[in-house]
Design a protein around this ligand. Structure first.
Ligand code: SF4
Length: 760
C-alpha cells in the first residue's frame, strides 16, 4: 500500500549502531528495493517502472552514471537506482495546498529527508517579495518575472545558471546557448564539486577530461585498482563488472580509509549462487590515510622505476613527454616521509607492487576520495604517471576510469555547460547560431557563492539539483543565496534550496526521467552520456506527475523567448516542439555527434563518443603526447589532538537526496548525525562509543566552524581519520578550502577537533 509522506519530521537522530557488514547487495537489497518502491509507487506502478529503467526502449536511471552492457537483464538496476526511480515516480504530490499550509519558515526548519519525502511538485510556485510562503503562479508570469530580473541586471555576469547532472543533453545544450546569447559564461555545475579535479588533471596529461575505458575493458582487465570510491553504495552495478572481471582472473586492490562492504563481497541478486554465497572482490585492501593517495602512487611508481624491465620503454618513448623530469622527481621522494603519508606499511606497498608487475592490463577507478582534496589534481596526475609507465592507456583492458556520480554530469559538460569553455566550442556555436558568445571565463560553483555573497551576482537559476545542500560552508552559502534578487529552481521534488531563497523565488516543476514527454512534434526522448562516453536515449513511460509540468527543454526555450524577445534568431519554439531539431544543431556544434539522430535511430543502445587516447593512443595535449608530471608529493598535515574528517554518503543517500535514515552496510540505523572514529583515536581523545561530540573545523585563517551533536561511533577507520555524512557536515568545509587548479571544495579532508557536546 502506498504510504503517506511523513507529517512529523522523523529525523530525531537517535542512531542505533551494530558492527559493519562485510557483503553488499543480496536478499536484503531486494527487500529494501521492493519496500521503498511499494511505499512510493505501489505494486503495479513499481512493476511498470522498474522493468523499464535502463532498458534500450526505456528511461535512463536518474541515479549515477554507471553504463549498461549491450545485453540488458530484465532487472537492469540496483537498490539505489530503484530508490532514485521510486522517489521520482512517487504517487505523493506537493500541491499549492501543501505550500499554503507550510510557510517558508516551516520549510526551512525541516530536514532534507522530510522535504524530499513529500513527493512531486505539481505547479509553478512564486515566493513574492515580502511574502512568507509560496503561491501558485502561471508559467507566463513566472517567465515574465525571470525576464524582468535578468533584464534589470547591470551586466549578464550578474546572473548564474547552475546545472545539476540530471539535466539531459538537449536541455543542457539549450541552457548554455541561452546563457551565451544572453551574454555570460556563468555556467557552474555539479561537476565543479565532484570530478573537476579529474577533468583538469586528465585534460593536461592525456588531452581529454574523460575516462578512457569501456565496460568491456573493465571485464578484460587483469588488475583493477579502486581508489577513493565506495561503489557498493554510489555505483552499485559496478560490483557486477568487478565480479565479472574477477571471474576472468582479474585481481582487485581497493584503496580507502574505510573498509567498505561492497569491496569485500558482492552478493549478486541476478544469480542464486550470487545471492546466497556471493563473490569476494578485494584481493588487497590498502587502508590508506585520508589524502595519502598521491604518496601511494608515487611510491608504487618509484618501485616500478627501480624494477628492471617493468617500464614499457617503447610506449614511453613513442607516446609520452616529460619522463626524465618525472623519474628525477620520483627519485627524490623520501621513502619514510612518503610512506608515513600513506599510513600503510612497506610490506603492503610491496604486495601491491607484485600485483602491478604481474598485470598486463591495469585499470584505475576513482571517485570523490581522490577529487575533493587540496592536492587532488597532482594526485590524479600521479595515477596517470602510474598507468603511463607500463603503457596502460589506449590498450584494451587498461586505462583511467573516473566514475561519475550523476547520470548525465559528463553529458552536460560535453554539451558546453562549463564556465571555462574552449574557444573552438564557442567558435562553432557562434557560427551555427550567428551569436557572439562572451569569451571571458565565468564563475564555477565556489566563485558563484562568493559572487552572491559579495553582491556581484543577483539572479540564481538552477536546472535541478540542491545547490545550498550540496555546497560547502553552509552558513556562508545560505546567507549568500539570501542576498539574491531572484532564485529560480527547476525541480521535481522539494529540497533545502527551496527554503533558502532570494528576495523573490520561483519553483518551476519539471518532467522527470520516468515521465512521458509529449510536445507539439509528438512524443519526445532525451539523451544522456554515461561515465564511459556512451550516448543513449531515455524515454519516460509514465503519465506526467501533473498536467502543469513543463519539460526541461521547454522551460529553457520559453525562458529564452521571454528574456531575449524577438531580438533572438534562435528557433526556441522549434526546439521546444521537437528535440530532434536540437540534436541536429548539436551534431553541427559538438565534435563526435555527427548524424546524431540517425545514429540513435540505427542503434537503440546508443553510440560511444571518440576518445583519442583510448581509440588510437592520440593525445591532444599541448605537447601532442601523454604528459608525465613531476609534482612534489603533498598530503594533509594534521595537528596533534585533531582528526582528518571526510564527508561522505550513507547507503540511503544519493548526493543530497536522503532516501532513509539507515546506513546498512556500516551498521548505522535510524539516524545521520554520527561520526566514525577509530576506537584508539576516540579513546585518546576521551570519547567513548555512543558519546556525543560537536565537530569543530579549524581553518588556516583561524576561523572555526561547528557542527553540533554527533554520536561518536567507534569504527575501523584508518588511524587519525574520521568520517561523517554530508550535507550535515558541509558547514565544516570553508568556502576557500578548495583543490588547487580545479577549485573543487576539499570536502574529503577537513581538520576537526571533537568537543564534548552539550546537545546530545
Ligand atoms: S548503478 Fe547507478 S545508474 Fe545503475 S541502476 Fe544503480 S544508481 Fe542507477
Amino acid at each position: 500500500m502506498v504510504s503517506k509522506p511523513p507529517v512529523g519530521d522523523p529525523v530525531q537522530d537517535a542512531p542505533q549502531v551494530t558492527p559493519p557488514q562485510h557483503a553488499a547487495a543480496g536478499l536484503p537489497a531486494i527487500g529494501h528495493t521492493l519496500r521503498i518502491a511499494q511505499e512510493q509507487m505501489g505494486l503495479r506502478r513499481t512493476a511498470r517502472t522498474l522493468l523499464k529503467v535502463n532498458q534500450k526502449d526505456g528511461f535512463d536511471c536518474p541515479g549515477c552514471a554507471w553504463p549498461e552492457g549491450d545485453k540488458r537483464h530484465v532487472a537492469e538496476f540496483c537498490e539505489n537506482g530503484a530508490k532514485a526511480v521510486a522517489e521520482e515516480a512517487t504517487l505523493r504530490r506537493v500541491t499549492p495546498e501543501f505550500f499554503a499550509a507550510h510557510p517558508l519558515a516551516d520549510l526551512a526548519d525541516r530536514s532534507g529527508y522530510w522535504l524530499g519525502q513529500q513527493g512531486r511538485i505539481t505547479q509553478p510556485m512564486l515566493l513574492p517579495e515580502g511574502g512568507d510562503r509560496y503561491e501558485p503562479v502561471t508559467w507566463e508570469r513566472a517567465f515574465a518575472i525571470v525576464a524582468e530580473e535578468l533584464r534589470a541586471l547591470g551586466s549578464p555576469d550578474e546572473a548564474l545558471f547552475y546545472t545539476s547532472g540530471r539535466t539531459s543533453n538537449e536541455a543542457a545544450f539549450l541552457l548554455q546557448l541561452f546563457a551565451r546569447e544572453f551574454g555570460t559564461n556563468n555556467l557552474p555545475d555539479c561537476s565543479n564539486m565532484c570530478h573537476e579535479s579529474s577533468g583538469s588533471a586528465l585534460t593536461e596529461t592525456i588531452g581529454i577530461g574523460k575516462g578512457s575505458v569501456s565496460l568491456e575493458d573493465l571485464h578484460r582487465a587483469d588488475l583493477i585498482i579502486v581508489a577513493g570510491q565506495n561503489p557498493g553504495t554510489n555505483h552499485p552495478r559496478m560490483l557486477s563488472a568487478l565480479e565479472k572481471a574477477k571471474a576472468g582472473g582479474a585481481k582487485i586492490i581497493s584503496v580507502n580509509p574505510l573498509p567498505e562492504a561492497g569491496l569485500e563481497r558482492f552478493k549478486n541478486p541476478q544469480t542464486p549462487q550470487g545471492m546466497l554465497k556471493g563473490a569476494a572482490l578485494n584481493d588487497l585492501f590498502l587502508q590508506i590515510r585520508i589524502g595519502g593517495d598521491q604518496a601511494l602512487f608515487r611510491l608504487l611508481n618509484k618501485l616500478v622505476l627501480e624494477t628492471a624491465g617493468a617500464v614499457d620503454e617503447e610506449f614511453v618513448r613513442e607516446h609520452t613527454h616529460g619522463y626524465e623530469e618525472f623519474v628525477a622527481a620520483a627519485g627524490e621522494a623520501d621513502w619514510d616521509e612518503t610512506l608515513a603519508a600513506t599510513g600503510l606499511d612497506r610490506s603492503e606497498i610491496e604486495r601491491a607492487l607484485e600485483m602491478v608487475l604481474a598485470s598486463e592490463r591495469t585499470v584505475v577507478c576513482w571517485a570523490m576520495g581522490l577529487t575533493q582534496h587540496k592536492h587532488s589534481v597532482p594526485t590524479i596526475r600521479e595515477v596517470v604517471n602510474f598507468l603511463l609507465l607500463r603503457g596502460n592507456i589506449g590498450r584494451p583492458g587498461a586505462g583511467v576510469c573516473p566514475v561519475r556520480g550523476h547520470s548525465n554530469v559528463q553529458g552536460d559538460r560535453t554539451m558546453g555547460i562549463f564556465e571555462r569553455p574552449a574557444p573552438a566550442f564557442l567558435d562553432a556555436l557562434d557560427k551555427e547560431f550567428g551569436i557572439v558568445s562572451p569569451r571571458r571565463h565565468g564563475f564555477d560553483v565556489v566563485r558563484s557563492i562568493q559572487a552572491l555573497r559579495d553582491g556581484e551576482a543577483k539572479v540564481f537559476f538552477a536546472m535541478g539539483g540542491n545547490f545550498v545542500g550540496a555546497t560547502p560552508d553552509t552558513e556562508v552559502t545560505e546567507a549568500a543565496m539570501r542576498r539574491a534578487r531572484l532564485t529560480v529552481h527547476v525541480s521535481t521534488k522539494l529540497n533545502r534550496s527551496h527554503a533558502v531563497t532570494g528576495t523573490r523565488a520561483l519553483i518551476l516543476p519539471t518532467l522527470g526521467r520516468t515521465d512521458k514527454d509529449v510536445q507539439a512534434g509528438g512524443k519526445q526522448f532525451v539523451t544522456v552520456e554515461d561515465s564511459m562516453s556512451l550516448v543513449h536515449a531515455s524515454r519516460g513511460n509514465l503519465p506526467p506527475a501533473s498536467p502543469h509540468l513543463l519539460s526541461e527543454p521547454a522551460i529553457v526555450a520559453r525562458m529564452a523567448r521571454a528574456v531575449l524577445g524577438d531580438g533572438s534568431a534562435t528557433p526556441w519554439e522549434e526546439f521546444e516542439a521537437d528535440y530532434a531539431t536540437i540534436r541536429d544543431r548539436i551534431a553541427r556544434v559538438v565534435p563526435g555527434f555527427e548524424d546524431f539522430n540517425a545514429r540513435l535511430a540505427a542503434d537503440p543502445g546508443g553510440f560511444r563518443l571518440p576518445h583519442g587516447p583510448r581509440d588510437e593512443r592520440r593525445f591532444p595535449t599541448k605537447t601532442g603526447k601523454a604528459n608525465f608530471t613531476a609534482a612534489p608529493v603533498e598530503y594533509p598535515r594534521v595537528p596533534k589532538g585533531r582528526l582528518l574528517l571526510q564527508t561522505l554518503r550513507s547507503h540511503d543517500q544519493y548526493n543530497t537526496t536522503i532516501y532513509g535514515l539507515d546506513d546498512r552496510y556500516r551498521g548505522i540505523k535510524g539516524g545521520r548525525r554520527v561520526v566514525l572514529v577509530h576506537p584508539e583515536d576516540a579513546a585518546a581523545l576521551g570519547f567513548a562509543d555512543g558519546a556525543y561530540a560537536d565537530l569543530v573545523s579549524e581553518w588556516t585563517d583561524g576561523s572555526e566552524r561547528r557542527a553540533p551533536g554527533f554520536r561518536v561511533v567507534h569504527y575501523p577507520t584508518s588511524r587519525g581519520c574520521a568520517a561523517a555524512y554530508y550535507p550535515e557536515t558541509n558547514v565544516l568545509v570553508p568556502l576557500e578550502s578548495t583543490a588547487d587548479v580545479s577549485n573543487t571544495p576539499a570536502s574529503k579532508s577537513v581538520i576537526v577537533r571533537l568537543e564534548e557536546s552539550a546537545s546530545a
